[in-house]
Design a protein around this ligand. Structure first.
Ligand SMILES: [Fe+2]
Ligand SMILES: [Fe+2]
Length: 194
């Protein structure tokens, strides 16, 4: 499926705000990808699709997961706002034709909220682009955006800390993937100072 075909489906299925966010994530991801020599077409597809399941309510996402044998771990069930990541990866394969063995695109969708230990550059770009794209509205967004283009690895860590703080402040469940990702970033930083 081409990016234009994907956009058409997303525009019909997502609300305006989520569709605009998806376009913003894809565009920001492409800019970062060019800087780091990552295939811009593939990253645009990942950026467009990262929230493709957000058109479904959380209840429908859970029903969909059971119906299609998509594994939801207890942490996801306790923090249902993240379930769309797993559903999104399923839809990417079964609806948008992403090959089942395309680990970069599928993992970038599954882990765009939490990250995961030793995440690769492709997946990190989607993780960052989702958080800094210009349609997002929070106080530090511009600062993180600039940081992502100036000192990418440092931005990944700062964004991760900010996300974790947000979850802790709300006293909601912090998925172990986030903690593992944070630890892997800190460890990598100790060995290669930024
Ligand atoms: Fe998302
Ligand atoms: Fe998103």
């Amino acid at each position: 499926m081409t990016t234009e075909e994907i956009k058409k489906i997303l525009e019909a299925e997502l609300d305006k705000k989520r569709f605009t966010h998806s376009i913003g994530t894809a565009e920001t991801a492409v800019k970062l990808a060019k800087k780091f020599d990552i295939d811009p077409v593939r990253i645009e597809i990942a950026g467009l699709l990262h929230d493709c399941a957000k058109g479904m309510s959380v209840d429908n996402q859970i029903d969909f997961a059971y119906k299609h044998s998509i594994e939801l771990d207890p942490w996801l069930l306790k923090n249902p706002g993240i379930i769309h990541t797993k559903i999104g990866a399923y839809l990417a394969v079964h609806k948008y034709g992403i090959p089942e063995n395309d680990g970069e695109i599928l993992n970038s969708i599954i882990y765009h909220t939490t990250g995961f230990a030793d995440m690769g550059m492709f997946e990190k770009i989607i993780y960052v682009a989702d958080y800094i794209e210009p349609n997002r509205d929070y106080s530090k967004r511009e600062k993180f955006y600039k940081s992502a283009f100036d000192t990418f690895e440092e931005a990944v860590l700062k964004i991760t800390v900010n996300k974790m703080k947000y979850v802790i402040k709300k006293k909601t469940i912090l998925h172990p993937w986030s903690i593992e990702f944070y630890n892997s970033l800190v460890e990598a930083r100790q060995f290669s100072p930024i």
